[in-house]
Design a protein around this ligand. Structure first.
Ligand code: UDP
Length: 478
């Protein structure tokens, strides 16, 4: 297991954004947890230190917890390629999909539990009585049994789920369920994700995800900085001369140095060309390919807009074995497009060697975009949606998963009823591109929505209250 280093950040930073009342709640909740924990630790365990939504949230949340005097720490499990193939199958299953179509039988269960047994040995050497162990997602669920005798409070959080159950969802649950029985708490990102076998169980809690408004991903950037970052990496032409700088989490200066790997014919679009953008991991459920094909069918004629599909460099996300394959499929589909469409659509792999540099480029893309699309076929929460709304950029996203909790259609953005309907996608995109004033209003409402509901301060309060309650319950006489 690897430990990810977390520095401390002052939770007081939230006060000017969220107001005195929310700031006071955060202070009280932290104080209560601090006194309940004493010298105990809150361990977080997941399967990657960078890439994807969970890593994105853990970094700031744990930093604010540490800044609030709580010893929050982060461990990343180790597994081999077969382990991550199995957990990706589970992940796809929880989204109701078949993934690579492989089995989840006894052999897979044996391999999964063996890999986690090796990880558990290291975890057991660290965990102490009175600690909290928060295990994230299917990759870590199999650590629950090993925690039983430690005197720690073990909570399992699933960041994913399906709006409706089907055989594949049930198959994933049958795989994990026997391992989860001894958890003291379960956290889901939405109530729809609570499986039938946990309905009515008092151990279940619902806590929505959040973004960090001050991170390299979400901090304010001047328009000229945005332009120079995108010019530097090669997505937009004529970057200008501003220094493509940002502020790192530790307060030190950062700069965008690396370039993006870009597939495109012809020159980059100029800074004034409307740019439609989707930022995602290269995952079939994000449907980059569908967006590309829908854009080619319905936007290339009669609109000056360009499309950028941006994802991480495919070697950069350790727990996502399908990235290279999905990028390859997108590339093959791009080559099949008519020339006029290819000249307007770019596939972008963002550098991942410096995660804050990567975040700053995503920030610039989300600010520069005329529309941010998230055309997912399934989605746990969809942090990319919250990130774009926070920047007041108009969003068009599928009515799936947690996206529905973020956007009320026509109020904070537009929802696609059927994410596979290219004509609907085309109409909605045109509506936003042809009516900049209406799109601006949706963007502004989006920012208010995120401020009210989806910033880290609210998330920290809910975690602190939950942990305090669980520790109280643990020490109460039977
Ligand atoms: N992301 C990133 N760089 C990339 C692609 C994605 O930082 O090249 C981030 C994105 O900004 C978001 C997270 O990865 O913060 C993805 O979270 P989301 O909830 O949208 O989807 P997940 O990947 O967890 O399914």
């Amino acid at each position: 297991m690897q430990e990810v280093r977390i520095q401390a950040l002052a939770p007081e930073r939230f006060a000017p954004l969220v107001g005195a009342e929310q700031a006071r709640r955060l202070e009280e909740a932290s104080a209560a947890l601090r006194s309940r924990l004493g010298s105990a630790t809150v361990w977080n365990v997941n399967s990657t230190g960078a890439g994807g939504g969970v890593a994105e949230m853990l970094q700031p949340l744990l930093a604010y917890a540490r800044g609030g005097g709580i010893d929050a720490r982060w461990l990343v499990i180790e597994g081999d390629a077969e382990f991550f193939r199995i957990t990706k199958r589970l992940h796809n299953g929880f989204h109701g999909g078949a993934g690579d179509g492989g089995p989840l039988g006894e052999a897979e269960h044996r391999h999964y539990t063996e890999v986690l047994r090796a990880n558990a040995e290291e975890l057991l050497a660290l965990v102490d009585r009175g600690d909290i162990v928060l295990l994230h997602d299917p990759q870590t669920a199999g650590l629950v049994p090993a925690m039983a005798g430690t005197g720690a409070v073990t909570v399992w959080r699933s960041h994913i789920g399906s709006d409706r159950s089907n055989d594949l969802v049930e198959r994933s649950w049958s795989f994990l369920r026997p391992l989860l029985s001894e958890a003291a708490g379960f956290v889901f990102s939405r109530s729809e994700y609570v499986p039938s076998w946990l309905q009515g169980d008092a151990r279940v809690h619902v806590i929505a995800p959040s973004i960090d408004p001050f991170s390299a991903k979400n901090q304010d950037l001047a328009p000229e900085t945005v332009r120079s970052m995108l010019g530097h990496v090669g997505i937009v032409a004529d970057g200008g001369i501003a220094h493509p700088g940002f502020v790192r989490r530790d307060g030190s200066p950062g700069r965008v140095d690396h370039l993006a790997d870009i597939v495109r014919t012809g020159p980059a679009p100029g800074p004034d060309v409307p740019l439609v953008v989707q930022v995602s991991r290269w995952d079939r459920l994000k449907d980059m390919q569908g967006l590309m094909e829908g854009f080619a069918e319905h936007l290339v004629a009669g609109s000056p807009a360009h499309l950028a599909l941006a994802g991480p460099n495919v070697s950069g996300v350790a727990d996502d074995p399908e990235g290279a394959e999905v990028l390859g499929e997108c590339f093959d589909a791009w080559r099949e497009l008519p020339h006029a469409a290819r000249a307007r659509i770019q596939l972008v792999c963002l550098p991942m060697s410096d995660i804050e540099e990567n975040a700053a480029i995503v920030n610039a893309l989300q600010r520069h975009a005329s529309v941010i699309v998230q055309k997912s076929l399934a989605e746990g929460f969809g942090l990319t949606v919250a990130e774009a709304m926070w920047k007041a950029t108009p969003v068009l996203a599928s009515r799936v998963g947690g996206i529905q909790d973020q956007i009320v259609d026509g109020e904070h953005g537009l929802l696609l009823e059927d994410p596979t309907d290219h004509a609907e996608l085309g109409r909605a995109l045109r509506r936003l591109l042809d009516d900049p004033e209406g799109a601006r209003r949706l963007g502004a409402a989006g920012r208010r929505r995120i401020t009210e509901r989806f910033l880290g301060s609210r998330h920290l309060v809910e975690y602190a209250e939950l942990f305090t309650t669980l520790l109280d319950a643990r020490s109460a006489p039977a």
